[in-house]
Each structure stands twice: as structure tokens, then as C-alpha cells.
Write a protein that binds this ligand. Structure first.
Ligand code: PHE
Length: 447
């Protein structure tokens, strides 16, 4: 297709895909979901889910995207024209907007913390009560949370409106490595804290007797969320990839980097949680109540804290860019909407849908919406824990049986001769293990 744009280089693609994957999912969501689900055992189940399900689905998405060179709806349609499989692509488009709506609320929180840190509010000797007060006075302000949601979505739509390589590729390249370096540094510091051994025990020494369906469901949801899978983000990014690139290597690189960042985030957070007597099962506010203590103790903590939240906001931005990009590429390819208009339309929709999530910490009934969850947690459950695994299930059936795993494998191989490493294992996983595992787990929550 003419005029769709391409990545300038394969490194640019890996960075952009890693940029999509690495975000609040790794640094905000992973530690709190791990903390809520008992720590080490969750980490273990999560890693298994990443290797067996995540990597397999990553290849399925990238190959489908590159083969068809289309947005998710167009990709399914290119292989089975006129069939209802298009609906899977469409579910992805909707899921992207759904996730974007509340994800940007938390991204807005990172902006607030960036300013708070810059203003020197996380100073030495900060108390628990002060940290709590900073968090609750901000999150109980409907005006601020909605405003920052708006700002964040606006920035995202602006970048996406500028198009694929000038916008997305340029942004990601420089700052991701910096975030990584800071995380390594912070984790080394955390390991010197007095609560480090208790933190590490919680995080790394599993108690197998606690294993249950809910932990598995949460771990799978987290794996899909963190790797940006199950909604066509990787189909879309793969579609901008040229035939020369090595999909096999790209997939492993993205998955490894993403998992490493999440793992490090846990190494930063849990020692601090135990040192400062916080609760690992605090929930979505976990990092916002833990990190200020770390920065307050660090030499040059004000600068570090500010830099950290700037980088976290940027990591969130490279993820929201991919969320907006899915629906935008759909509107551009299939509905012939001009890119800038499409990007701002998607942003506007997500902003409106996101308002109740922005009010989830301040305004009734959103503070306690259904099933004891506030609106934001409710959205997160629907989109991340249900919709992404459902998308992954349908995608694996489509690639495994409708398109055909052999044909997909050929696309992963590219122009290279012979099978890619682990090709037969991948075919087994995508045809049998992935759909069966997802079906079982999704089935179990219905019952
Ligand atoms: N993977 C992103 C993160 O970890 C979130 C995301 C999910 C982005 C799904 C795109 C699609 O923050």
C-alpha cells in the first residue's frame, strides 16, 4: 500500500515495538499486580506466561502484520475476505481505545509526580503521612486528574498525527535506554535498603501452595498487557516492517527487554515497600507511595525523582502512541480518513471515555463502581484481563488454523532458508497450547 510509511531501520522498529511494550505496564502495573497476588509465585507464573504464550502470540501478530501490511481489521480481512474474522481486528481497535482511556489517567499521574518532585516535595525526612497526603490531595481533585488526562492524550494524538517514522521512531530511540539505566541504578540502591532481604524474599521465593486460577488469569492478563498483545498493536507495528527484517530476532529482543524492565521495577519497589513499612498489596497507588521515599533518601533525589518521572511519562507516551496508532491506522486504511484527523478523533473518543476513570479516585459512583472496584480498576479488568486474552485466543486460532501456522512460520523466516530456531515448537504452541490454555483460563472465570 502506498503512503503507509515504513520504519527507517530495523533498529527503529525494535525500539518502537519495545517502546510500545515498555510503559506503565512494567513500572506501575507489574509491581502492584505482583504485590497483590502474593509476590514470587506470581512472578514465576508470569514468566511462564511470557515465554509460552507471550512470545508465541508476539510472532503471530508480527507475522500477520508484515504479511498483510495492513491494520488489524484489514489484516484479518486480507486473509479471509468478507468473513467475520474482521471482527477480531475490530475488537482490537476498540480495546485499544478502552485501554488508552484509563492508561492515560495514570500517565497523567506521572506528570503530576514529575512536577511534585521537581518542586522538591519529596524532601529528606518525608513521612508516611506526607506521602499519603500528596497522593490523596492530587487524586481527589477531579479538575487536575481530568486536565492531565486531557494533556496526555493531546500530546499522544499530536505525535501520532505526524506519522509513523518521523513521529514514533524519533521519540523512542533516545530515551528508552536512559530509563533502563536509571532503573538499574535505582534497583542497586534499593538492594542496599534495610528491608531488602524481606523484599527479595517476598519477590523471589515462591510459596507454591498459593497457586490458583486467579493468579494464572492475572499473570496472563499482565503478560498480554505488558507485551502489548491481543489487540493488534504488534500487527500494526509489524505492518510497517519491510520484508528484509528478521522477525524472529526482533520478537525475542522486544520480549526480553520488556520482561527485564518489569523485573527490575520489582527489584526497585519491593525492598522499599518492606523498608518503609508499606503494604505490597496497596494496589494501583503502590509506586506512587513507594518511590517518593526512595527519592527522599537518595543524594540528589530531587533531580533523580524528576528525571525518573519524566522518563516514566515518556515510556507511557510511547505506549499510548501505539494504542492510538491501532485505531488510527484502521481509520486511515479502511475508512480513508486523513491521518491527523484520525489521530485526533481517536484521542477525543478516549478522552471522553476516560473521564470516569479520571474521576475514579474522587467522584461517586466512580470511586466504587461495580464488584467493589472503582471505575478505573473495572476498566482495567475488562480490557486487560478479559479482552486482551480473548483477542489472543481468537488470534491464535486464526493464525494456527485459518491462515495456517506453516504459512505464518514462513513469514517469520522471511527470505532465509530453512526453519527458524524453534519453529516446530512455535507451531505446536500457537496451534494447541496457546488456544487451549487461554480457553481454560477464560472459561474458568465464567464458571
Ligand atoms: N504494553 C504497554 C505497557 O506495558 C501497554 C499497552 C497495552 C500498549 C496494549 C499497547 C497495547 O505499558
Amino acid at each position: 500500500m502506498a503512503g503507509r510509511g515504513k520504519w527507517k531501520s530495523s533498529f527503529g522498529f525494535v525500539l518502537a515495538a519495545a517502546g510500545s511494550a515498555v510503559g506503565l505496564g512494567n513500572i506501575w502495573r507489574f509491581p502492584y499486580v505482583t504485590g497483590k497476588n502474593g509476590g514470587a509465585l506470581f512472578l514465576l507464573v508470569y514468566l511462564v506466561a511470557v515465554v509460552l504464550l507471550g512470545l508465541s502470540v508476539m510472532y503471530a501478530e508480527l507475522s500477520l502484520g508484515r504479511y498483510t501490511q495492513r491494520n488489524p481489521v484489514g489484516a484479518f480481512n486480507a486473509i479471509k475476505p468478507g468473513s467475520i474474522w474482521r471482527g477480531v481486528g475490530f475488537l482490537g481497535v476498540i480495546t485499544g481505545v478502552g485501554i488508552l482511556s484509563y492508561y492515560s489517567v495514570i500517565a497523567g499521574w506521572t506528570l503530576y509526580y514529575m512536577f511534585t518532585s521537581a518542586a522538591g516535595k519529596f524532601g529528606e525526612g518525608i513521612t508516611q503521612a506526607q506521602v499519603d497526603r500528596i497522593f490523596s490531595s492530587f487524586t481527589s481533585s477531579p479538575f487536575l486528574t481530568v486536565l492531565l488526562l486531557f494533556v496526555f492524550i493531546l500530546i499522544t494524538s499530536y505525535v501520532v498525527s505526524k506519522g509513523i517514522s518521523s513521529g514514533i521512531e524519533r521519540w523512542t530511540g533516545i530515551l528508552m535506554p536512559l530509563l533502563f539505566v536509571i532503573l538499574v541504578f535505582l534497583s542497586i540502591y534499593s538492594l542496599t535498603l534495610p528491608g531488602a532481604s524481606r523484599g527479595l524474599k517476598f519477590y523471589l521465593s515462591p510459596d507454591f501452595s498459593k497457586l490458583n486460577f486467579n493468579i494464572i488469569l492475572q499473570a496472563i492478563g499482565q503478560a498480554f498487557f505488558s507485551l502489548s498483545l491481543g489487540m493488534g498493536a504488534m500487527i500494526t507495528y509489524g505492518s510497517y516492517l519491510s520484508k528484509e527484517e528478521n522477525l524472529f530476532a526482533a520478537g525475542i529482543e522486544v520480549v526480553t527487554f520488556d520482561t527485564l524492565v518489569a523485573f527490575l521495577a520489582g527489584i526497585v519497589i519491593f525492598p522499599a515497600v518492606f523498608t518503609f513499612n508499606l503494604s505490597p498489596s496497596e494496589g494501583p497507588s503502590l509506586i506512587f507511595k513507594t518511590l517518593p521515599f526512595i527519592f527522599s533518601k537518595l543524594p540528589l533525589g530531587r533531580i533523580f525523582g524528576t528525571l525518573f518521572f519524566i522518563l516514566l511519562a515518556i515510556a507511557a507516551l510511547t505506549s499510548t502512541i501505539s494504542l492510538v496508532e491501532v485505531a488510527t491506522s484502521y481509520l486511515v486504511d479502511e475508512r480513508k480518513v486523513r491521518r491527523p484527523k484520525a489521530a485526533f478523533l481517536v484521542g477525543a473518543a478516549a478522552f471522553v471515555i476516560g473521564i470516569p476513570s479520571a474521576l475514579a479516585t474522587s467522584v461517586k459512583p466512580f470511586t466504587n463502581f461495580v464488584l467493589g472496584k472503582d471505575f478505573l480498576s473495572f476498566m482495567d479488568f475488562i480490557w486487560a484481563n478479559l479482552s486482551l486474552p480473548i483477542g489472543g485466543l481468537l488470534l491464535s486460532i486464526f493464525v494456527g488454523y485459518v491462515w495456517g501456522a506453516r504459512k505464518a512460520a514462513k513469514e517469520i523466516r522471511g527470505y532465509r532458508q530453512g526453519k527458524f530456531p524453534g519453529e516446530d515448537i512455535w507451531i505446536f504452541l500457537i496451534k494447541y497450547l496457546v488456544p487451549v490454555a487461554l480457553l481454560l483460563i477464560l472459561g474458568s472465570i465464567l464458571i
